[in-house]
Design a protein around this ligand. Sequence first.
Ligand code: NI
Length: 160
Amino acid sequence: MALLNIVKEGDETLRKICKPVREITPRVLTLLDDMKETLIDADGVGLAAPQVGILKRIVLVLNVETDEMYELINPEIVSREGEQNEMEGCLSVPGKWAYTSRPAKVTVKAMNRNGEEVTYSGEGLLARAFCHELDHLDGVLFTDNAVHVLTPEEVKEIME
Ligand code: NI
């Protein structure tokens, strides 16, 4: 396993559309392992492959309530319900936080590392993480459609 470099806003990789995974190769499995290690090391709740420079439709999302790490290959949101407007950040956009409008609950369908179809539903933070990470696969950052990006003064206040 290896720690991967997380690219930052301004890197064009973050603005590309990622390609579906056609076959789960040893390379894909290594990428999943390395992304997991990188996400844990960065203390984040989600990481998408383009954030480590790989344009494949792969994301990891941590369920902070169960401590379960979801590995999602070719994920799709298959249902959305309600709305929430909470604060988000991103490992690729350090120092920035924004209130972002997301569904209150989402269901995601994907493939796991064994090539099996998996479905996960999440509310609250988990729903936001699913949406945020899937956006990365289409070159979208949370600040793009944010309701309100926090000013440096507001960030300072939160950090105190
Ligand atoms: Ni992000």
